[in-house]
Design a protein around this ligand. Structure first.
Ligand code: NAP
Length: 335
């Protein structure tokens, strides 16, 4: 039975990846940080087959203990400060977790598997996946973006992800670790954190429809993003780890849509016109914007046989329907 360790198990991708790996016969361990982490109970109740281990990407010794205890075949590093806006307010912490966290995990793998720094003492036994991001492309040098496109990150988050990406490549080349990096474009779902633009829109549309909210304050909705469904994207992570040779892959749909278009479809789903309810609020503007991200996922399609299955329209409908039901349930419980 293959054994996987997932950091970021309480996040959106952690939940979908766990489900995918459990369905494929894996023993799944999830790393949880902190004391009294309220999400621990949620994981234990929802996915009783996931085994919880404690550790923190800020704490090298805890990661070494976890690797020694679990002895995983595959490590998926999904943990991060992943909210771009927060990365401007807490840039140092973002660098520590999102950037250096990947290094600490790679070091834990290298040191516990006995690699001494030469390729001869390879740490090839444990495979490693790094959750890289299209935010590394930032002020894009070419469109669409592929594995060959140079990086120009525009936020502390993007900069930290670029470090984590390059250290993954470096450990692959230096120590022969099967370390791969998925450069994933935006992917969403009903499990997306409520602070992220897409989920803020779908929750807002649901609440306005139910009369719980009058308007929705948003930042820049002119930017264009390549949005896919998280459940499709975790399959690409798993496929990358099964390839004979570790490598980097761009994962996206190849379609870009404006934030405004996302909002229009979300509000239409509840029979409303987005323009009547959305107001721009400067507090939600980024100090430096990323205008257009669009993936060229040719390599993933040709080498991994991966392609997205859920369309942009269906993704939004799925999120709105979920939020409408959840908000109605909350409202009923409160009465
Ligand atoms: P998410 O929902 O924000 O989850 C982040 C996870 O990181 C949470 O489980 C969080 O745990 C954990 N974490 C944060 N700090 C930690 C620390 N110091 N030690 C251990 N765990 C820590 O993110 P996601 O959307 O699932 O994304 C997964 C990964 O893919 C992230 O690295 C993200 O940056 C990257 N990515 C996401 C997208 C996207 O569109 N979703 C696109 C490209 C790349 P707590 O619950 O304890 O806070």
């Amino acid at each position: 039975m293959p054994r996987a360790l997932i950091t970021g198990i309480t996040g959106q991708d952690g939940s979908y990846l766990s489900e995918h790996l459990l369905a494929n016969g894996y023993e799944v361990y999830g790393l949880i940080r902190g004391q009294n982490n309220p999400k621990r109970q949620h994981i234990e109740r929802t996915w009783p087959d996931i085994k919880i281990v404690e550790g923190d990407l800020l704490d090298q010794a805890s990661l070494m203990n976890v690797i020694q205890k679990v002895k995983p075949d595959e490590v998926y590093n999904l943990a991060a400060i992943s909210f771009v806006a927060l990365s401007w307010n807490q840039p140092e912490l973002t660098g520590e977790i999102t950037g250096l966290g990947a290094l600490r995990l790679l070091e834990a793998i290298r040191l516990t598997t006995g690699a001494s720094g030469s390729r001869a003492n390879s740490a090839a036994g444990i495979k490693f996946y790094q959750a890289s991001s299209s935010e590394m492309f930032g002020k894009v040098r070419e469109t669409p973006q592929s594995e060959q496109t140079p990086f120009h990150p525009r936020s502390p988050y993007g900069v930290a992800k670029a470090y984590a990406h390059y250290i993954t490549v470096n450990y692959r080349e230096s120590y022969n670790i099967h370390a791969c990096s998925g450069i994933l474009f935006n992917h969403e779902s009903p499990r997306r954190g409520p602070e992220f633009v897409t989920r803020k829109i779908t929750i807002g549309a649901a609440r306005i429809k139910l009369g719980l909210q009058k308007e929705l304050l948003m930042g820049n909705l002119d930017t264009r993003r390549d949005w896919g469904f998280a459940g499709d994207y975790v399959k690409a992570m798993h496929l990358m780890m099964q390839a004979d040779k570790a490598d980097d892959y761009v994962i996206g749909t190849g379609e870009a849509h404006q934030g405004k278009e996302f909002a229009r479809i979300a509000f239409e789903r509840v029979g409303l016109n987005a323009e009547d309810y959305i107001k721009t609020d400067p507090q939600f503007m980024r100090p430096a914007e990323v205008d257009l991200l669009i993936a060229d996922p040719t390599k993933a399609r040709d080498e991994l046989g991966w392609k997205p299955e859920v369309s942009f329209q269906r993704l939004i409908e799925m999120m709105v329907d979920h939020d409408l039901e959840a908000e109605a349930r909350l409202q009923a419980a409160a009465v």
